[in-house]
Design a protein around this ligand. Structure first.
Ligand SMILES: C[S@@+](CC[C@H](N)C(=O)[O-])C[C@H]1O[C@@H](n2cnc3c(N)ncnc32)[C@H](O)[C@@H]1O
Length: 197
């Protein structure tokens, strides 16, 4: 499996992180960040240059070549399918530039891991968000890319609130960076319902 070469989506995420991370670091200088699908490590490098301590940065990828490469850059990186190999740890920031395109049978099988999110394109994102909840601190933020090519994600329905913080129009596509947090309102309402019942 080749390592994903940084592209428009990687650069858009970097740009968003460079804007957003300093604000979060002001509130918590000890921010712990996990990047899911670290690939070439471009956003691990952005996290470090934005001021996150290298010991507080963890990369994850399902591609062993990407894991090896990011380790050679000096980062802690785990070979894992989404959060399967991450123990009970929680992070203040979780970043994911996921495979987000709908399945294209013409795409070579060995590059699908980098690009294809499933038949509708959003399946890996949904799996990721469901698993991410228990790895995110209470006030934690997820930065996630989606594309106009794939079916949209119902963030609210999954218990999150999301705000678009960056976007880029490409030739026939638009890509978005979302800042996502747990919807504490939903949690509070749920607690009320449980009480009444
Ligand atoms: C679009 S690339 C992004 C790479 C890099 N973060 C960037 O922005 O350039 C998606 C990355 O997610 C990884 N990936 C795909 N499915 C994964 C999974 N189930 N668990 C962990 N990583 C995965 C791929 O190997 C690839 O490195």
């Amino acid at each position: 499996m080749p390592i994903y070469e940084p592209a428009e989506d990687s650069y858009l995420m970097s740009e968003a992180l460079r804007k957003e991370l300093p604000k979060l670091l002001k509130v918590n200088p000890n921010l712990r960040l996990l990047e899911m699908g670290a690939g070439s490590g471009i956003n691990l490098v952005t996290a470090k240059s934005s001021g996150i301590k290298i010991d507080n940065i963890l990369g994850v990828d399902v591609n062993s070549k990407a894991v090896k490469y990011c380790r050679s850059l000096g980062f802690k990186v785990i070979l894992s399918n989404l959060f399967s190999k991450i123990d009970g740890q929680r992070f203040d920031v979780i970043v994911f530039n996921p495979p987000y395109l709908p399945l294209d049978e013409k795409e070579p099988k060995n590059s699908r891991r980098e690009t294809t999110g499933g038949k509708k394109g959003n399946e890996i994102i949904i799996k990721f968000l469901k698993q991410a909840k228990k790895h995110l601190t209470k006030e934690g933020k997820i930065f996630l890319i989606t594309s106009s090519h794939s079916e949209s994600v119902n963030f609210n329905g999954l218990g999150f609130k999301a705000k678009e913080v960056a976007n880029k129009k490409l030739f026939f596509e638009e890509i978005f960076v979302w800042r996502i947090a747990k919807n504490s309102q939903l949690i509070k309402n749920h607690a009320k319902i449980v009480k009444v019942v």
